[in-house]
Design a protein around this ligand. Structure first.
Ligand SMILES: *Cc1c(COP(=O)(O)O)cnc(C)c1O
Length: 835
């Protein structure tokens, strides 16, 4: 096992301080202070990014028991070495390079075949499928999910242990120079190049450069064969130029090791494609269990690798038929009795379980944490050791209750004796038979099962879906948008995120929790009760409340919510409350300055009086920030007005600070302002609609990802003879032909605006647009699906989402995306998904 004192020779670093505990074995690599499981044996690398510095977290990590650290030499250790008396501290030039060196060293300890996979698309699918296809013969260590980055690859390779007989790792890059580093970590002995996409990556000068760079994965000393599709001409040319030895397949009859001819699908089996395969050992037929082009391509990569590996054709067919789609979604769903379900469909092996538990541990504390788990598929370990390891993971991730389903768990129930509550069932049916909703209240439940246990039935039992309409909130898209705006901030500028109006309809505390995890600096809500709700759900970030009524001041004190003060009346009321001797001091305030919005705030002429009162009450009051709001940042036509507002703000704030005698945070920009006026970021910006995927200036819409999709279902489809009308007031005009009309489970009480009536609105059914017929009713509406082949009850209808943009729908009814987003009623279930 790797010892801390071996690290200098592996990383080229220097030991600043040796660990008090002696040699100190390194058991896990830790990059993220939020993911400390077992602190013993954890080695923390203080990584740096544009908006991130791992060194900041050393005190917190030490406090939590981490004793081994790798730091870089560009800053001093916070608090000085004396603050970490028991720790081992290694100093290196670059902590990321050191992490990769440690993983490369680990990799060198094993002599086994290792397959490296790269390409523009399909890496994760090919990796997961190959792992499924080779599982009967090999004990495989593979990258979990799509861990293919500069940090994901070292973490994946670190999982290699002596029981493994094969490694499969994927590698993805975004800049020149990165692949060489990944190649040194993975040290592949064979490889697959999936495909070269046509997209021009920003990080590369040209397609050729990108291709050449990706192929660097396969140029190390121990590399054997590269598998790829010969029909990709540029790939083939580059492989030849590099002199790599190859094993290729072709569908176009080009010279290749494996020739593939796809045949027309048999009439009885749509969804399957028959193929004739010929290679050195002869010719045979396969039936590929997919029909879409990317899946066929990915499957053929796998088939040619299996042939090379010596798997017999009949066996290849058997294994292909057992192939399961790769599910990587992690969904968070509201369930009965105020429970939340985390539904994770990714592999239930140890690595997959660990990732799911990480996700659970990131949820705020709200009641207890429960895990519903099926037998874990980890062929490398005996049951005893396997379930001892599983049991070890639970307390460190805050799991208090286990429901174990399957013979393996039942047999090793003894391993879980330390948990407060554990129950075991031989199979899913037994659990469902015994299921009593009352036994679950106000808890967060991770549901994690191997596919054959059919845990979707358990999720359904918890959800008891009645209303068929859901708002799906894509948390990955949200993080993508957050990063887009963060990248535009100068170093040190803080980020306040607006989560008012139920986080623009997306679900306040789920969004707030994600923002807390991603270290936003501040949140803002409209009303005190919204802030209280966040606190009750475990949100500890500073919160600004924009409309604090005096009767809620005690609540502000109790929940530590900071009010925005926008008038002399409000200021006086707050001062009166602050001067009362009882209780802790009132929270700091935010002063709203009116520079042109003419809604709320102190105008420039109010400044002398405001300064006087602030000076007089300096002892009772602390001002955290001064802000103003732009009236027309989204429209270019108002640019000069916006600039005048910003100039007024720049005049007013120094006067305030002078009166206060200390600096305050100054902030003026909303989402549109961040894009339009980068020079006016001051100390903080206030991000709103942009986070939710709408770029209000319209200049950078393509850089954002839509966050919410509103989906409903078809309750019924009717055929309507020519001449009949539809719905209330007979507004759905009669037509001269027979029509098929679908009734949808959504109406204006769900937030589907009545202005969408009579053809103004459209929804998407089976990928085709279906116009609204007649008036939108309270709980339902009707759409015309005459032209949508096969539309039937139970089908999904997309009301808005990536394929049906909010901005288009808003324009149709003469409103703005803000209104559509925030009017989705709270009775519509929110489902949070991540990949
Ligand atoms: C809502 C709000 C914002 C965010 O505006 P967006 O246009 O959604 O970015 C910023 N500041 C204040 C004061 C707000 O009320």
């Amino acid at each position: 096992m790797l010892q801390f004192l071996d690290l200098p020779s592996i990383t080229g670093g220097t030991v600043l301080q040796a660990p008090a505990a002696g040699p100190a074995a390194v058991q896990q690599l830790l990059l993220d202070s939020r993911r400390v499981g077992q602190p013993g044996g954890a080695l923390f690398f203080a990584l740096r990014g544009p908006q991130h510095d791992g060194h900041r977290y050393l005190p917190e990590l030490y406090e939590r028991g981490v004793r081994l650290f790798v730091v870089d030499n560009s800053t001093a250790v916070p608090g000085g070495l004396a603050a970490y008396p028991e720790a081992g501290v290694l100093v290196v030039d670059n902590a990321l390079t050191a992490l990769q060196a440690v993983a490369a060293h680990h990799r060198r300890q094993f002599r086994l075949p290792v397959l490296g996979i790269t390409g523009s698309n399909g890496k994760t699918i090919v990796k997961e499928w190959l792992a499924q296809l080779l599982a009967p013969d090999e004990l495989i260590c593979k990258s979990p999910r799509s861990y293919n980055s500069q940090v994901g690859v070292p973490l994946s390779v670190w999982e290699l242990n002596p029981t493994h007989t094969l490694g499969i790792f994927e590698a993805g890059i975004s800049e020149p120079g990165e692949m060489e580093r990944l190649a040194r970590v993975i040290q592949p002995t064979a490889g697959i190049f999936t495909m070269l996409g046509s997209a021009h990556d920003a990080g590369f000068f040209s397609q050729e450069e990108k291709l050449f760079e990706k192929l660097q994965l396969f140029t190390g000393p121990g590399f054997g064969r590269l598998f790829y599709c010969r029909d990709q001409q540029p790939v083939h040319a580059a492989v030849q130029r590099l002199g790599l030895s190859a094993f290729t397949w072709s569908r176009q009859g080009l010279p290749a090791d494996v020739q593939v001819a796809l045949l027309p699908p048999a009439p009885g089996s749509p969804g399957r494609v028959p193929a004739r395969i010929s290679w050195a050992a002869g010719e045979f037929f396969l039936s590929l269990p997919f029909a879409d082009e990317p899946s066929v391509e990915n499957a053929l990569h796998c088939v040619s690798s299996l042939l090379f590996w010596g798997v017999e054709p009949a066996e290849i067919q058997r294994r292909l038929d057992r192939l399961q789609p790769v599910a990587m979604r992690l969904e968070m769903k509201q369930a009965l009795n105020d429970c939340y379900i985390l539904d994770d469909t990714y592999n239930n092996d140890l690595a997959g379980l660990r990732l799911a538990l990480d996700a659970l541990a990131r949820q705020p504390r709200r009641g207890r944490r429960t895990l519903i788990l099926s037998d874990v598929l980890e062929s490398g370990l005996g049951g005893e050791e396997l379930y001892a390891r599983v049991a070890g993971l639970l307390p460190t991730h805050g799991v208090e209750r286990l429901i174990g389903i399957g013979p393996g768990l039942s047999q090793h129930r003894g391993a879980f004796a330390g948990l407060a509550a554990a129950e075991f069932f031989p199979d899913t049916e037994a659990f469902l038979t015994a299921f009593r909703p009352d036994a679950f209240r106000h808890e967060t439940i991770l549901v994690k099962g191997a596919r054959r246990y059919g845990f979707e039935r358990i999720v359904a039992a918890f959800q008891q879906k009645i209303h068929g309409t859901v708002l799906e909130v894509n948390l990955d898209a949200l993080v993508h948008n957050l990063t887009f705006y963060r990248r535009r901030l100068r170093p040190g500028v803080r980020l306040m995120v607006m989560v008012k109006a139920f986080a623009y309809g997306s679900g306040s505390y789920e969004v707030a929790n994600l923002l807390q995890f991603h270290r936003a600096d501040y949140l803002a809500v409209a009303y005190p009760d919204e802030g209280v709700d966040l606190r009750q759900h475990g949100i500890s970030l500073p919160v600004m409340v924009m409309n604090p009524a005096p009767d809620a001041f005690q609540k502000l004190r109790q929940y530590h919510l900071e009010p925005e003060i926008y008038s002399f009346e409000l200021l006086d009321a707050y001062l009166r409350a602050a001067r009362q001797p009882d209780g802790p001091p009132l929270p700091a305030i935010h002063l709203k300055l009116d520079t042109g919005m003419r809604r709320l705030g102190f105008a420039e002429e109010d400044l002398p009086e405001l300064c006087r009162r602030l000076r007089e009450n300096a002892a009772h009051l602390r001002v955290a920030s001064a802000l103003t709001h732009l009236a027309g940042a989204d429209e270019e036509a108002h640019n000069s007005f916006s600039r005048e507002q910003l100039a007024a703000f720049a005049r007013m704030t120094p006067v305030l600070e002078q009166a206060l005698g200390y600096p305050v945070l100054k902030h003026a920009l909303n989402s549109a302002g961040i894009v339009r006026f980068p020079e006016a970021q001051h100390d903080m910006v206030r991000l709103g609609i942009g986070l939710y995927g709408v770029e209000a200036t319209g200049q950078e819409q393509d850089a954002l990802r839509p966050v919410s999709s509103l989906r409903t279902t078809i309750s019924q489809v009717k055929t309507l003879p020519a001449g009949h009308t539809v719905g209330y007031s007979r507004r759905g005009q009669a037509a001269s032909h027979d029509r098929r009309i679908a009734t949808l489970a959504i109406g204006y009480a769900d937030g589907y605006d009545r202005r969408f009536s009579n053809g103004v609105g459209e929804v998407l059914v089976r990928g085709q647009r279906a116009p609204v017929v007649g008036n939108v009713c309270m709980d339902m509406c009707m759409v015309d699906v005459t032209h949508v082949a096969g539309a039937q009850a139970g089908d999904e209808a997309l009301v808005f989402g990536p394929e049906l943009p909010l901005s288009e729908l808003a324009a149709r009814i003469g409103t703005i995306p803000y209104e559509l987003l925030t009017s989705v009623s709270e009775r519509v279930k929110r489902v949070f998904v991540a990949e």
